[in-house]
Write a protein that binds this ligand. Sequence first.
Ligand SMILES: O=P(O)(O)OC[C@H]1O[C@H](O[C@H]2O[C@H](CO)[C@@H](O)[C@H](O)[C@H]2O)[C@H](O)[C@@H](O)[C@@H]1O
Length: 267
Amino acid sequence: MPSPALAPAAGDRWALFLDIDGTLLEHHKDPTGVVVDDELRTLLSNLDRQLGGAVAVISGRSLASIDTLFQPMVLRAGGLFGIELRLSPDEPAVAAEEPPALAALADRAEAELGRAPNIVIERKGPVLAIHTGPHPQSLDHITRLAKAALPGLPDGYRVVEGNVGVELLPAAALKGDAVYRFMTVEPFKGRRPIFIGDDVPDEHAFESVHALGGISVKVGRPEQATAALHALADVAAVRAWLGDPQFPLLDKLVRREVTEAAEEAAR
Ligand SMILES: O=P(O)(O)OC[C@H]1O[C@H](O[C@H]2O[C@H](CO)[C@@H](O)[C@H](O)[C@H]2O)[C@H](O)[C@@H](O)[C@@H]1O
């Protein structure tokens, strides 16, 4: 039986926000190595039709990278954790610029780390990602280096430690703010948001959908602290849930237990 908290109000109209890597797509050691299959394209266009267009991906990837992955589809999207917004598919993808101080840091990182095994450096304009893969020692080392570089960057830059790397992000890079922005425009306005994500930057979006009366879904890693109130086991489970003809079947989501420690860690 679904808990009362999960039951949708009569007439609920939904808006769907989706993270990409680790949520819709399995991870690959190289960010350019992931491939969008036609099944995923079909799934997204069916959902888009079902929800009257109220579907957006909110990703750490740039809009250009999202477009390369999903072509020929053009999605409503928040790229670079919401810095690059495309609220409607007919808007052009405008790339955000790399500030000079970050460019200098990225040049240094490429020179010093570019050839290290397991390390992939991804320059995304105002966001710099250093991927280490699931190698805790490299991750610790890179995290220390990234934090040490912060004083040389514009105010507001922060280091976000993800599951398989670190990213240097400007203050405006907040997925939850992207969700809020979409929710002010048609066809999202007035709907109830669902956000599905798997990693640390998705926590901000979970908080936003809670404030908007929506549903938060964390993918995988049940051991990780999260603000999300529901869970799906992995990418396959996400796709199966999204593909259900009666989407969204809320009672098919696992209800997560929220502890004070988890809430604190997710802040
Ligand atoms: O917000 P997301 O859509 O989940 O994007 C987060 C980052 O995803 C990509 O990096 C991650 O996935 C890669 C492919 O599996 C993997 O090689 C990398 O180690 C992961 O960190 C993407 O490359 C980043 O730009 C996104 O920020």
